[in-house]
Design a protein. Sequence first.
Length: 567
Amino acid sequence: MASEFRKKPKEVVEGPGVKIERYGRFIRWQTSRTEEEQKKLLEAVATYRPKLRQETDEQVKKLESVLAKYDAINMIANFALVNISYDPETYKEYAHEGKQPYVEYICLLYLKKPYEAKEPTPIDKDEIQEVWDAVDKIFNNTILFYSTETANPNRVAAPDRLDDLRYRTINYELNVHNPAYYHHELDLLRGLFRPLTEWMEQHLGFNIDDAIDITNSMPELAMEKFGMRRDESNKAAKELREEVIRYKKGEPIDSKYPRTVVDQLSKISGKDLTETVKNMLIGWTFLGLGMVWSTTRDELAKKTKIDPQKVAAFLDFFSLGFGDVDADFNWPSPTHKLQKKPIIQWDGNYLLPIANLLVENMRFALESAVKEDSTYWETYQRGRSGYLEEQALQLLSNALGGCEYHLNLSYPKLNSQQGEEFELDGLITFDNALFLVECRAKTMSLPARRGAPSVTEDLKGIVVEAHNQALRAREYIRNAKPPVFRLANGQTLTLDVSRIKQVFLITISLDPLTVFTPVLHEVADLGIFNSNELPWAVCLTDLRVISELCEFPSEFIHFLRRRLEIN
């Protein structure tokens, strides 16, 4: 990082008493305001916030009036095509111009009202840019509004930690969502829901493999249909150019194109003719793109070779119709209806604007359905926890060169006369290092994802409780003579503490807690940890990436030491 700051910054923003510089993915922020300057700034911000709200409301109304000019499906399809495509292996968030949340927001605004089909009209790049700029401004204003909600001229001190984390949570949920790789998410879904195959088919009408196959097939079908239209366009461009050339020579033509078009083109010569015809047909390629980008139940059943009734059940479960979004929806929101139902249904057609959105949220939608069956929900929760524990320990073992690990251990409570026992999810010994692992498969609640104060309770349940159990196990190891663990198969494991030189406490979650876990030293300011020592907290999909990147066990241990120093 230090070497980055020795280079020339890519971007610089300066204002009264503040300077912000961007070096690639790193940001340096410097302030030099006096206490009086800070108070004046806060006064100005507090005065501006009501104006900002009014300004943003007006911008949303203006955007909706622009969107109303165009067919909703065509506009959504155009934005989905130009803003979502990228290579995940080379993707850089700060450099990628397309933004998935912007497409979601446009969809939500359209879904407030019943669908009104309009005659397909060309949407040129200037019109696309107009909508893009408007959405960008609304998002920026929304972030600015939340970032200034604690502005108080009478308070000199910085906002408290909970306020800070609330803002970061809202910013993250609005702009980033789930950072996991698409194929990692698919593997996670298979692992969690394949054991529920019978239940899903009985209660939902499809299983998880059906869901994944259909999800993958929807964008594939869209691209196939778009490719066919593009090929037709290229063929038509060649035919039209040849007809214009014959027409200019006075040769008879029997054109399928309007004679007025051929006549107009005959007045253009050379390279200009080729370019003009090409642009005309490109416009035709994108005309009515919504129908091209959409699919039907029968098309999906044919492509996936899945029973049409299963396809119909899947589409019904994950589809949102026009008019299903609340009429008072206005500003971008950290959580919204399109997350649970990311497929848009219209006139017997189905459009999936963002495949990532469906994969990211499929687990939460399916868990909501399972939760309605209270008896089976308990079974699922046990299976979910078991899956997380097995996968987490396997990934840690891989990072450590495939060393042996132990799952679901028990050990006696020190000085207990009643034979009480505690549990430990996982234990790994490698050379002189000991790894104590606790996993939590609990899900972060929707209010917490919107920045509600209940985030502290969620963090206690996911990170703090796990850390406390790891600390308790370490305390046992330090004081028992010798420490003996009972394994799940009934055998015992006796630790040779004389060989242990370093102990790593690790908590692993199923949910990505990207706002919190990288800065646990700041989260600790909430007063939720019972110890000054903090764990390495990581989610399962991040752990998978780390385990795949570490080539040698020593590399992983070196990373872990340096990572814990940040805490």
